[in-house]
Design a protein around this ligand. Sequence first.
Ligand code: NAG
Ligand code: NAG
Ligand code: NAG
Ligand code: NAG
Length: 483
Amino acid sequence: MITSRTSSLLFVAVTCLTLPVHSLTNYANDFVDPTYVLAKNYSTWTTPSQETILQWANDSTSGGPWSVTTKPYLAPSGDKHDYMSWAPYAWPDCTGVGNTTELTPQQIWTTCPYVTRDGQFNPDGRDINNVGDFDSLANAVLYNSLAWAFTGSSLYSGRVATFINAWFINADTYMNPNLNYGQMQRGPNGQTGSHTGLLDLKCMAKIASGILVLRIGKAAEWTSDIDDQFVAWINKYIQWVTTASIALAEKAATNNHGSFYYNQLASLQIMANDNDGAEKTLDEYFTGIYMNQIAANGDQPLESIRTRPYHYRAYNLAAMITNARLGEYVGYHAWNKTTAAGVTIQAACDYAITKPAGDETASELYPDVAAIASVYGDSGNKYTKYLVASESKQYVWDANFFWNQPLTDSGFAASAPTSMSKAAGGTDGPSGTGTSTAPTGRSTVGTRPDNAALALATGSWGTWLMFYGACTVVMGASFLEFL
Ligand SMILES: *[C@@H]1O[C@H](CO)[C@@H](O)[C@H](O)[C@H]1NC(C)=O
Ligand SMILES: *[C@@H]1O[C@H](CO)[C@@H](O)[C@H](O)[C@H]1NC(C)=O
Ligand SMILES: *[C@@H]1O[C@H](CO)[C@@H](O)[C@H](O)[C@H]1NC(C)=O
Ligand SMILES: *[C@@H]1O[C@H](CO)[C@@H](O)[C@H](O)[C@H]1NC(C)=O
């Protein structure tokens, strides 16, 4: 008994000391330009973010390889290769169904009508987790491809080949190239996919980022055989995405759903070596629904009316940024494109940062702010001051700091720790260059306002106090439990 108490306490204590601080964040979406990655001309103070990416490359493999064929229930088609997810905000209303006490879950899914409660996730949605698995796949492909670019190690490129093979190609585990059962409606009038299901595969932009790095960088493990088979799958899926009625209904959505449709289609076209097609797709977005997405004051009215407005503004901003980045890659310059109200994507960011997060997750907006600063410049260090002041952990350690460059050094570098292992309370890491030169370009090299540096330093200490405070509470609670 004493031994069990002691070992439990020891376990909690050891966990507290070794808990990774920079745990994997599932960014809404992004496109990382392979030209930047493969040129390897990175600012030296992106070293902390590179360390994070190497860590996330390993962390992201947990649970992989993934496949739609592992879900516990089949789609109504009975075909295990069909992707399936349930409409996330749909809840059963069994009041009219009689005595429901004895209904099995499967009976509830087919007999009770479902009602939508916007913004409220029905937790049973993750019982069939094809959507979460695809997000995991997209992160694993992105971070392992970047890790391959940093190290040249076949460990990382080999993982990507294995993961892509399992989800898209292997005869036993591949996914049929359609989303006929995405965000499926349940209930007596349901059992079919919704157009919103297209959103589930928006992170094709992350997959494109990774695959282009391996393909253009000629990673040995990304063979022409796997590339050909993957492109063949993509071409079949593009056919569905551009013709199926539910796919076209999603394309017609005027809010973030529409924006993410274009993220996905342009990413697929780029992976299928059809940059001209991607350019047309992105032009259709920027001359189409984009025109009514940002008001003169920078508000995104179609997102602000939702139940989680902070989230939805950040979410569509990520989609707009991703569309502009995909455009930049194929030679379509969208950053200066104005909406009908005469403003650019930057205005949406400027508005979003003025709104408090309330009880929503504030950090969702940070990668968007960094992207905007890196593209439009940051006169007066407005954006970097915002990030330094907002981010309780040090922003230079976030993976997206690696590709959201250049950023001004408005206090970031001043107190960045010199390695991840040092930040995590361990010994010195292998490659510490935290305080190094700021990038050139649009950045204002040399300006490092003391107040911003102070804010970061305070944030840093605050993080550690909170971190060890939380550990102390956990240890204390564990101790009490054994009293
Ligand atoms: C590398 O990046 C620096 C800073 O952005 C730039 O001045 C330099 O021209 C780049 N070098 C090459 C070879 O592209
Ligand atoms: C990632 O995993 C590989 C293989 O196990 C290991 O050699 C490497 O040190 C790990 N990297 C990090 C940052 O944990
Ligand atoms: C509903 O069914 C349960 C289980 O058979 C039973 O115990 C309960 O009394 C029923 N309730 C009504 C209102 O009939
Ligand atoms: C917007 O257009 C101006 C003028 O052509 C150009 O100097 C600037 O770089 C463009 N901005 C972006 C973010 O592309």
